[in-house]
Design a protein around this ligand. Structure first.
Ligand SMILES: *Cc1c(COP(=O)(O)O)cnc(C)c1O
Length: 388
């Protein structure tokens, strides 16, 4: 039995073309990019090429790309970086209730330890932030707005441009966590109107532990890692050369192949989702039906625990997840579904199917063949059914 991976929103395997691009930088081209001798040349040039590649995919200047250890670090660097630059006046931050914990926990930390005030914007039943709520939340001392591009649990795409216009009008720095959108949707920092943008390689067929933060020239912020003058003083530490090369290759491949992959995967996703909704009773789709990335479906099966479905599929060699991988240890319903007003009994039956580069038609067939039986069996033994 071959394993089927359908959890691409948690992480992706590195594309072999990415690994191949990275390999020389572990061995022959191992030099420290900051060294004064010629062993530094190749790695230093590779980082600058990578910076140009990432910048060209984002529509930014190369000098506006800072390499980091991943999405979480980029989110921390963006939010703490802006907040610490506004420490004297202890400003106000606007974010949303459905952000990744890398954003939410950072905002909570600034609130508790540094006295910032934070507004956590609500979302509607589809998981959308309303730009009018952003406008209403703006205060004279608002220093940062941070709203994610695409939610990692339900895939809903936020109206970034509308929010950006409000931020610009009030001269407020605007950050977006684009970890789930880069490589899946066109992402251009000027079209979106963002000042800061986080991305991560392992969500787009690159290696784990490397990412980038786009920082618009002139953004008022502090670095959060001090030391050497790497990354124009924005992030001290000897660069993860192989990782950076892999990130750039991964971004480039994803952008090159986006149109084809979007067409292929959205057809597979729609068939998976529509068949589940049609053939199994008491099934609900979570997230916006149209305004959503084409590669995932978050579906609730009433009267069962999503967790039980995940375990049942795992025994069949199929990997899916319940919402966010980062919260599978935490008990209680997803903060995203809760913010969307999804009833707890619906939220607890939620399963996220994430499709990606190596998903094939037969994977979807296999899941569709198994799901009705699994749900039926779980419902027979479920105490939730009787209570309903
Ligand atoms: C995965 C993810 C992150 C964290 O990225 P890492 O590189 O794993 O630290 C942040 N935000 C979103 C939306 C994500 O999906």
């Amino acid at each position: 039995m071959s394993r089927i991976y359908m959890d691409y929103n948690a992480t992706t395997p590195a594309d072999p073309r990415v690994v191949e691009a990275m390999l020389p930088y572990f061995t022959e081209k191992f030099g420290n990019p900051s060294s004064p001798h010629s062993v530094a040349h190749e790695p230093r040039a590779a980082i600058e090429r990578a910076r140009e590649q990432v910048a060209s995919c984002l529509g930014s200047q190369p000098s506006e790309v800072v390499f980091t250890s991943g999405g979480s670090e980029s989110d921390n660097a963006a939010i703490k970086g802006v907040a610490f630059a506004h420490l004297p006046e202890r400003g106000h931050i606007i974010t949303s209730a459905i952000e990744h914990h890398a954003v939410l926990s950072t905002c909570e930390y600034l609130e508790k330890e540094f006295g910032f005030s934070v507004t956590y914007l609500p979302v509607n039943a589809d998981g959308l932030v309303d730009a009018r709520d952003v406008r209403r939340a703006v205060r004279g001392d608002t220093c940062l707005i941070s709203v994610m591009h695409v939610n990692n649990e339900v895939g809903t795409i936020q109206p970034l441009k509308e929010i950006a216009d409000i931020a610009r009008e009030h001269d407020i720095t605007f950050h977006t966590d684009a970890v789930q959108s880069v490589g899946k949707l066109p992402v251009n920092v000027n079209a979106l109107g963002v000042d800061l943008l986080s991305l991560s390689a392992h969500k787009l067929y690159g290696p784990k532990g490397v990412g980038a933060l786009y920082v618009r020239a002139g953004t008022r912020m502090h670095p959060i890692a001090h030391g050497g003058s790497h990354e124009r003083g924005m992030r001290a530490g000897t660069e993860n050369v192989a990782g950076i090369v892999g990130l750039a290759k991964a971004v480039e491949l994803a952008v090159d192949e986006m149109d084809r992959e979007t067409a292929r995967l959205s057809a597979l996703r729609d068939r998976l989702q529509n068949t589940l909704l049609r053939e199994i009773s008491d099934v609900v789709l979570n997230g916006h039906r149209e305004n959503r990335i084409p590669v995932m479906a978050n579906v609730s099966f009433l009267f069962v625990e999503g967790e039980s479905i995940v375990l049942s599929l795992d025994m069949e060699g199929i990997a899916v997840s319940t919402g966010s991988a980062c919260t599978t240890d935490a008990t209680g319903p997803s903060h995203v579904l809760a913010a969307m007003g999804v009833e707890p009994n619906v939220a607890q039956g939620s399963v996220r199917f994430g499709l990606g580069r190596y998903t094939v038609e037969s994977d979807v067939d296999r899941v569709l063949a198994l799901m009705p039986k699994i749900v039926e069996r779980l419902r027979m033994i479920s105490p939730l059914r009787n209570r309903a």
